[in-house]
Structures are given as structure tokens and as C-alpha cells.
Design a protein around this ligand. Structure first.
Ligand code: AMP
Length: 211
């Protein structure tokens, strides 16, 4: 077993991209590979009981295409990740954490700094907003996503991404950022992500382990 103290920061990959860029799809596939643990912040929010105050807050903000306030979000994330560690779903000593949808702005990135060691940021880039909007409308029907069904909300989600989420790329600037063309087929996007993972020393160390 590797010698990592329990208090160490989680070895983390971030998947960043505009709504519809395929973060969730890639996160789920990566999370199905042994030693990768996927956590999607939006899924955690959607699993909340909408009768609770927090559940209502999520509906209030997401239905406008806005971000839920940072304090609530980071608290929820902390509690959720702790639960996963306590129940051994996520084993930080041997698993990489794959975060999708969080951090969503620089303030959240700062809050999370003591908890995550960001190894790579996979930026799923697709400047063609018409294509992204098409994907969102499709998803709205398939997955019953009320926040993707309405054109004004979709445009608001893009604007929120540009204004609040994209600056994260500057926050983590440097060779940690991997730009990936998100308009490619999902299998090719995954291929590019895995190629980025496999350049890392942390990956090479992990590869040698017999777990
Ligand atoms: P997603 O499933 O990632 O597209 O998220 C759906 C909605 O959940 C977003 O539009 C936000 O309203 C909310 N949400 C998800 N993650 C975050 C986050 N990290 N910070 C604030 N709001 C979030």
C-alpha cells in the first residue's frame, strides 16, 4: 500500500467544460475504471430531497441557469466526499478522484485547495454553442433535465460558464491544463483524457502497485 497519510489531499482530475460538453459522460466512463472515483456535483444536488431547504435552493438557482451559492455548495461537497471515504466507496490512498462540475468558479477552487491536489484539468472545449445547445435539448428530453429544456436558461448557463467557470483555467494555468476537442466522438475524447493521465508520475507510480 502507498504511504499516504489519511489527511493528504485527494489526488484529483478535474473535468471542465461548458454545459453539454460531455463532462458527465466522460466522468461516468472514467469512474467505471478501477482506481478512478467519479463525483459529479450536479448529481449530488439532484439527489437532494426537494422538500429540504437545500433541495429548494438547488431548484431555485439551477432553474435559472445560475450557480448555487459557494458556501452551500462547498459544504455539501465536503459532506458528500466524507461520506464516500467513510463508506470506503472512495479510497483516497489508492483511487484518483475525478471531479465533474466542481469547482465551478475560482472561489470554490480556493475553498477546495486544502482538500484536492489537482493533477490535471481536462478542458472539454467546444466553441460551437449551437452544437452544445442541441446536446442540452436532447438531454432535457432523455434525462428529464428541467434546467436544459428552456432556451433562455440554456443561454444563461453558457453565460454563467463564460463569466464564472472559465476563469478557473487561469487559476490552474500551466501544464496541468489539457485542452481537448469536445466535438469529437466520446471514445476519442476519452482516449485524449487517458493519454493525459498516463503522462503523470502519479499514474506511473500507481501502475507499479499491486492492489
Ligand atoms: P450540472 O449537472 O453540472 O450541469 O449542474 C446542474 C446545476 O447544478 C448547475 O446549473 C448549478 O445550478 C448547480 N451546480 C452544480 N454544480 C455546482 C457548483 N459546483 N457550484 C454551484 N452550482 C452548481
Amino acid at each position: 500500500m502507498p504511504d499516504i497519510p489519511p489527511s493528504a489531499r485527494f489526488r484529483t482530475f478535474l473535468i471542465l467544460g461548458a454545459p453539454g460538453s460531455g463532462k458527465g459522460t466522460q466522468g461516468k466512463v472514467l469512474g467505471s475504471i478501477p482506481r478512478f472515483h467519479h463525483l459529479a456535483c450536479g448529481d449530488v444536488f439532484r439527489s437532494l430531497d426537494t422538500r429540504t431547504l437545500l433541495g429548494q435552493k438547488f431548484v431555485e438557482y439551477s432553474s435559472r441557469g445560475e450557480l448555487v451559492p459557494d458556501d452551500v455548495t462547498v459544504q455539501l461537497w465536503n459532506a458528500n466526499v466524507k461520506q464516500r471515504v467513510d463508506s470506503h466507496m472512495f479510497k483516497p490512498e489508492i483511487d484518483f478522484l475525478v471531479l465533474d462540475g466542481i469547482p465551478r468558479n475560482v472561489e470554490q477552487a480556493r475553498f477546495m485547495e486544502p482538500h484536492i491536489e489537482v493533477l490535471k484539468v481536462f478542458h472539454l472545449s467546444c466553441p460551437d454553442r449551437t452544437e452544445l445547445a442541441r446536446r442540452l435539448r436532447k438531454r432535457a428530453l432523455k434525462d428529464n433535465r428541467f434546467d436544459d429544456a428552456n432556451e433562455t436558461v440554456i443561454q444563461n448557463r453558457f453565460a454563467t460558464y463564460e463569466a464564472e467557470t472559465k476563469p478557473i483555467l487561469d487559476y490552474y494555468a500551466g501544464d496541468r491544463i489539457v485542452d481537448i476537442d469536445a466535438s469529437q466522438p466520446p471514445a476519442k475524447v476519452l482516449y485524449d483524457i487517458l493519454a493525459g493521465v498516463m503522462t503523470l508520475d502519479a499514474w506511473k507510480e500507481q501502475e507499479k502497485m499491486k492492489i
